[in-house]
Design a binder for this molecule. Structure first.
Ligand code: KG4
Ligand code: ZN
Length: 350
């Protein structure tokens, strides 16, 4: 099927986003209205504020996407929307808007799992990814290692047993007074700091499996930070550098180990934490050393956006996987862990 234009809508957290993507590849418009400046004053995302801001801006963001793509509303073939996982109130804003829009235009509705969107961001930009491949998904609410059979099906081979990688970045940043959003601020502080001056554990590096634990690293960081305060020797940049290195080294080591074990040639990174420069650099270094090809989305497609939602939805469109107008939203992060992408039905809770 050619020239299929899908409108994607994404409101799962603190970005109101709309995009139009043709044939799962060509981005005709990609509008992101970030709420970061609003939540910054609270030190983190306030769910009710996020919902209210989404409802104020969603119609404008969608209109802007059509303007950028130079299209009329009736030119699209379907409306895709993130309906899981995320903040429930925030998801419901995008979902309600998408339903009304699809109904008014008499176009099909497609339900998208936000995490499949993050993975798919790689396929928006690269055409030469070979399978099987190993994909490290690292976002604010999710961390897992997948063995991918093709662009839309995979097996979960490891996951965090507690906090997600992004969550650890955010909590540690908040604790050290760096603010929100934590990941980019820790990365910035680390640039002028030095890892190794203080020492944090490489949690689970010695274990043979592909699971992670970031809650232990977070606690160790907080305890050391308090101890250094008592000693009057706190240095936020050195601490940020060591924390970032401790977390990234484990992500990289386990991903490379998985690639070698499953004898794949290609590695993919996905999710907001994949924007981290230390993770990108160290993974690239290790991939080169192990003769593996590494792919990660450009910065704009790594963090939350609707192009990844409209892109992945194309595959649902061609397979006739449409959602009913009584589609609901679900906050659960667990959905990615359960089954391969190609048999997931996003329209029901599981
Ligand atoms: O994928 P994402 O935008 O939203 C979710 O689906 O969760 O990920 C957001 C997470 C946040 O925890 C944020 O701190 C982290 O990604 N993040 C980063 C960087 N940019 C965003 N973490 C480390 N380094 C970064 N440069
Ligand atoms: Zn995300």
């Amino acid at each position: 099927m050619d020239n299929i234009k899908i409108l994607g809508i994404e409101t799962s957290c603190d970005e109101t986003a709309a995009s139009i993507v043709q044939d799962g590849k060509e981005i005709l418009a990609n509008i992101i209205n970030s709420q970061i400046p609003i939540h910054q004053q609270f030190g983190g995302v306030v769910p009710e504020v996020a919902s209210r801001k989404h409802i104020e801006s969603i119609a404008f963001v969608v209109a802007e996407a059509f303007k950028e793509a130079n299209l009329e509303y009736a030119d699209i073939d379907a409306v895709a929307v993130t309906n899981r996982p995320g903040l429930i109130g925030a998801l419901l804003v995008g979902l309600s808007f998408a339903k009304a829009f699809a109904y008014a235009l008499d176009k099909p509705l497609i339900a998208v799992n936000h995490l499949y969107g993050h993975i798919y961001a790689n396929f928006l930009e690269y055409e030469d990814i070979k399978f099987p491949a190993v994909c490290l998904v690292v976002s604010g609410g999710h961390t897992s290692l997948l063995l991918m059979e093709d662009a839309t099906s995979y097996e979960v081979i490891g996951a965090t047993l507690d906090d997600a990688a992004g969550e650890a970045f955010d909590k540690v940043a908040r604790f050290m007074g760096l603010g929100y959003p934590g990941g980019p601020l820790v990365q910035k502080a680390a640039e002028t700091g030095q890892a190794g001056l203080v020492t944090l554990p490489r949690v689970y590096l010695d274990r043979d499996d592909f699971n992670f634990s970031f809650s232990g690293l977070k606690t160790a960081t907080m305890n050391l930070w308090k101890k250094l305060e008592r000693q009057g020797s706190q240095n936020v940049n050195d601490m940020a550098a060591e924390f970032q290195t401790a977390l990234v080294e484990v992500l990289v080591a386990k991903t490379i180990k998985a690639a070698n074990k499953y004898q794949v040639d290609n590695i993919l990174l996905a999710g907001g934490v994949a924007a981290n420069s230390k993770l990108r650099d160290l993974m690239a270094e290790e991939a080169r050393a192990n003769k593996l090809k590494l792919y990660y989305p450009s910065l704009k497609l790594c963090t939350d956006n609707a192009a990844m939602i409209a892109g992945v939805a194309y595959h649902d469109f061609v397979n006739g996987r449409f959602a009913p107008l009584n589609l609901n939203a679900y906050p659960s992060q667990m959905s990615l862990l359960k089954r391969p992408v190609d048999i997931v039905d996003n329209s029901v809770d599981k």
